[in-house]
Ligand binder design. Structure first.
Ligand code: ADP
Ligand code: ZN
Length: 518
């Protein structure tokens, strides 16, 4: 099989070799196995079903929600001499008949179909009459409510497995966390599917996180060390975008604001000026970046906490497209968490809210990581990094840690004493001996843990409790006012059988290490 697929790669597509895992995936699908592929955009997913469609008898049916992309793909395939066509609502009646004729005549290698077209009884009936090489479900995350682009017409695709039990199926997407992945596999009925996650690493991007304290000053310091480079600063709100852009201009940086509230003309002006290197820094909401292909973006700064790791990955991924060293800096403040949280809670149905809160927690987890940031990032997508990367803040400058056993015990017992019925703020108030009305009304000033943490600032306790959550000693009941509860892992710590080491907050980036003379 390997020979044949490599021959097709070279003769039809004109490439010399497969990218990592493409060959395994192609071979597996060509042999008829169900397969799940998670690869970033531009990673090379198309070949994973195109080549098997060519080497297997019958036509490969490709499901894609984006009609415009379908046409591009089909045109490119035809250029390479592949018999490909699409079948969707843009075709006239005559063209449609022609495509169906070629399908029945066994002339097609690949047929791209929109999901709602595919799942009509009439079309399914036709498919029963022709040999099928495979089903490829592109943008497979659309089938899952856990994914961020749920499409009801995709759910129907779940019937394919039952209707065509012997036809292999390959699901592909660029974005799916562990839950979404499981959901896709279940909904499509993939059998014993091998899951491939690959290609997410962007080795030239250096990831760093600073604890956000005086964010504008931290940003200025960062910019001062790279006075000529172009980059993007992401903020969560339009107001903050305007504010930061203005302050940068006052400080003498060529900066411009970009968000969806600006007039179209202004947005294109900023975009063009940035592409032409007339503007050095674009301060933007997440609205900026879609379809921007500027290879020499040298840095991306997150001024506020992104709402999930998917967004963070996508936004930082706009740096260093040219493959040269680039920087991704996140300013992470604990105060941002409740803001994001209430934004999430104010919209969407309860299920959606639960999912998004879960994703936010994962984002916080990334920001709080203590060993190799890249490993944490790739791990989120399910890709394993064998060695620490050597190109993130944690690898280059391991965080200072301190023995937090005593503090952790105080915090955990306090959670226990308040009956595991209160959130972070209240627990901190009790620890620090607050005389608030609420504390007094509840009689919490009489608890044995009242005031035992008065020597530490509220922020320090916040950081410790967050880390305890992140490390699994505490959990937050998101469905119930974020109430803190002990997990079984807390026991050994409380009983004094275990010690705990935590990181000290980091406020500025390590000075760049001097290159050693050769
Ligand atoms: P995706 O669907 O994952 O976004 P594509 O399949 O469109 O990515 O591939 C992205 C680009 O990479 C395309 O230009 C494609 O031709 C190229 N490509 C894919 N596989 C290889 C390979 N093995 N060798 C060279 N180029 C490749
Ligand atoms: Zn690392």
């Amino acid at each position: 099989m390997g020979h044949e697929t490599l021959a097709v790669l070279r003769s039809v597509f004109g490439y010399r070799s497969f990218r990592p895992f493409q060959e395994e995936i192609v071979d597996r699908v060509a042999r008829g196995g169900d397969t799940f592929v998670l690869m970033p955009t531009g990673g090379g997913k198309s070949l994973c079903y195109q080549i098997p469609s060519l080497v297997r008898p019958g036509v490969g049916i490709v499901v894609s929600p984006l009609i415009s992309l379908m046409k591009d793909q089909v045109d490119a395939l035809r250029e390479n001499g592949v018999a490909a066509a699409c079948y969707n609502s843009t075709l006239g009646e005559r063209e449609s008949r022609q495509v169906l004729g070629r399908l029945h005549g066994g002339e097609l290698d690949l047929l791209y179909v929109a999901p709602e077209r595919l799942m009509t009884d009439a079309f399914l009936e036709r498919l029963r009459e022709v040999p099928l090489a495979l089903f490829a479900i592109d943008e497979a995350h659309c089938v899952s409510q856990w994914g961020h682009d749920f499409r009801p017409e995709y759910v129907e695709l779940g019937r394919l497995r039952g209707l065509f039990p012997t036809v292999p199926m390959i699901a592909l997407t660029a974005t799916a966390d562990v839950q979404t992945r499981g959901d896709i596999v279940a909904r499509l009925g993939l059998r014993g599917a091998e899951i491939y996650v690959t290609g997410f690493d962007r080795p030239n991007i250096r990831y760093s996180v600073l604890e956000k304290q005086k964010p504008f000053r931290q940003l200025e310091e960062f910019l001062a060390t790279r006075p000529r480079e172009a980059g993007i600063v992401y903020c969560l709100s339009r107001k903050r975008v305007e504010e930061v852009a203005e302050k940068l201009r006052v400080a003498g940086v060529e900066a411009a604001a970009y968000h969806a509230g600006l007039a179209d003309a202004e947005r294109s002006r900023v975009q063009d000026a940035f592409l032409r290197d007339d503007i050095r820094v674009v301060v933007a909401t997440v609205a900026f970046g879609m379809g921007i292909d500027k290879p020499n973006v040298r840095f991306v700064v997150h001024y506020d906490l992104p709402k999930n790791i998917e967004s963070y990955y996508q936004e930082t991924g706009r740096a260093g497209r040219d493959g040269l060293p680039a920087e991704a800096l996140l300013l992470f403040g604990y105060g941002d968490i409740p803001v994001s949280r209430s934004l999430i809670e104010s919209g969407g149905n309860p299920e959606q809210v639960r999912i998004e809160l879960h994703k936010l927690n994962a984002m916080v987890g990334f920001a709080e990581a203590l060993v190799c940031r890249r490993r944490a990032l790739l791990g989120y997508f399910g890709e394993r990094l064998e060695e620490p990367c050597g190109n993130c803040d944690l690898c280059l400058d391991p965080p200072e840690t301190f023995d937090a056993t005593e503090e952790a015990r105080k915090a955990l017992s306090c959670v226990y004493r308040v009956g595991q019925r209160f959130g972070v703020g209240h627990v901190i108030d009790v620890l620090r001996g607050s005389r608030s009305e609420r504390i007094l009304a509840l009689g919490h000033d009489r608890l044995s843990t009242y005031g035992i943490g008065a020597s530490l600032a509220a922020e320090a306790w916040g950081s410790i409790i967050r880390q305890l959550i992140h490390r699994g000693y505490l959990e937050q009941d998101l469905a119930n006012y974020s109430v803190l509860k002990l997990t079984p892992a807390a026991r050994p710590l409380l009983r004094g059988e275990e010690n705990l080491v935590l990181a000290k907050p980091r406020l500025r980036m390590a000075a760049p290490k001097k290159e050693k003379a050769p």
